[in-house]
Design a protein around this ligand. Structure first.
Ligand SMILES: [Zn+2]
Length: 315
């Protein structure tokens, strides 16, 4: 009798146990469904351990996070490997996201011309006003066309802006199309690289607008940014540039060569938002290659704690 009662009790216990387990499973399934893509709230009163169903429902977002982390890690590792491959002392820093609100850029004091503001002429500037610890790399002319340089910059994901002069690039527009395909903006540096203040207004306009036409034909768009050869200009240059569709005329605050740096400022210090100039030059003109030049540039910039950002993202 006792055994029977005990059996009955056991049986009753088992039945209620199954019901309780089913209720728990149902509750967990609802909780898991309700959580959807967001993290479920941690319920301290929830029974543990989690049911099988909950684990399966949580798995997709967990896997997505994991693959995002994997991708990030893979891209950081690829950058580190590229830095080693190109002989850099450190991995270049990653720039912040482009500013949502662009800085207001005006002519640098002492670099404006008569009627700069009231004629709304393109500003000539050497530094972009920003609190981001970034500098901007600009590369001029286009004489040297080193395929290794394209590979290096693309593998390291370093943004830069090219200012091109037609007489130096016309033998190989394809080289600069590859550059453009890597996300580089190609800008105007005149047809023949003249000393603009020595030319009449009409001659200046032919040099600037003529290059706009070449850029349109060869690269698909007319730039809104140009650099005056040697950084020299007068009021005619700015009026002509504006009439050709130019909005900005950046020059530079520092210039890097394969074997030395030149600073515009007396304190020889790199500043946030500085525009850095270098040239497409190889062993023909320099005691080193473009890759050597970029190695010097990146080692210095990274050692000073700066990232390289894209100039056009701030304009
Ligand atoms: Zn130049």
């Amino acid at each position: 009798m006792g055994v029977v009662v005990q059996n009955d009790k056991k049986s009753a216990y088992r039945k209620s146990g199954v019901r309780a387990a089913l209720a728990v499973l149902a509750g967990l399934a609802v909780a898991a469904l309700a959580s959807g893509c967001s993290q479920p709230e941690r319920r301290t009163d929830a029974p543990a351990p989690p049911a099988q169903g909950q684990q399966r429902l949580q798995a997709p977002p967990a896997r997505a996070l994991d693959s995002y982390a994997t991708r990030l890690r893979a891209s950081a590792e690829a950058r580190a490997a590229a830095a080693r491959r190109w002989g850099l002392e450190q991995v270049p820093l990653t720039p912040p996201a482009p500013p949502a609100v662009k800085p207001r850029i005006t002519a640098r004091a002492g670099f404006e011309v008569n009627h700069q503001e009231d004629w709304n002429l393109p500003p000539v500037f050497t530094t972009v006003p920003t609190d981001d610890k970034v500098v901007f790399l600009t590369i001029d002319d286009g004489a040297d066309k080193d395929p290794a340089f394209l590979r290096m910059m693309s593998e390291l994901k370093i943004p830069y802006t090219a200012f091109l002069s037609n007489y130096l690039i016309k033998d190989d527009y394809g080289y600069f199309r590859k550059m453009q395909a890597n996300g580089v903006t190609l800008n105007n540096h005149t047809l023949h690289h003249p000393y603009l203040p020595g030319l009449s207004y009409d001659e200046q306009r032919r040099e600037i607008c003529g290059m706009q036409d070449i850029m349109r034909k060869q690269f698909g768009k007319r730039p809104t940014v140009m650099r005056f050869p040697y950084g020299n200009y007068n009021q005619d240059s700015l009026v002509a540039a504006k009439s050709c569709g130019i909005k900005y005329a950046p020059i530079w605050n520092e210039e890097v060569f394969v074997d030395h740096w030149e600073f515009r400022e007396d304190d020889k210090r790199m500043r946030r938002g500085d525009i850095v100039l270098t040239h497409f030059r190889g062993r023909d003109e320099w005691n080193g290659t473009m890759v050597d030049d970029m190695r010097r540039f990146l080692n210095y910039v990274t050692a000073k704690g700066f990232a390289v950002a894209r100039l056009e993202d701030y304009l």
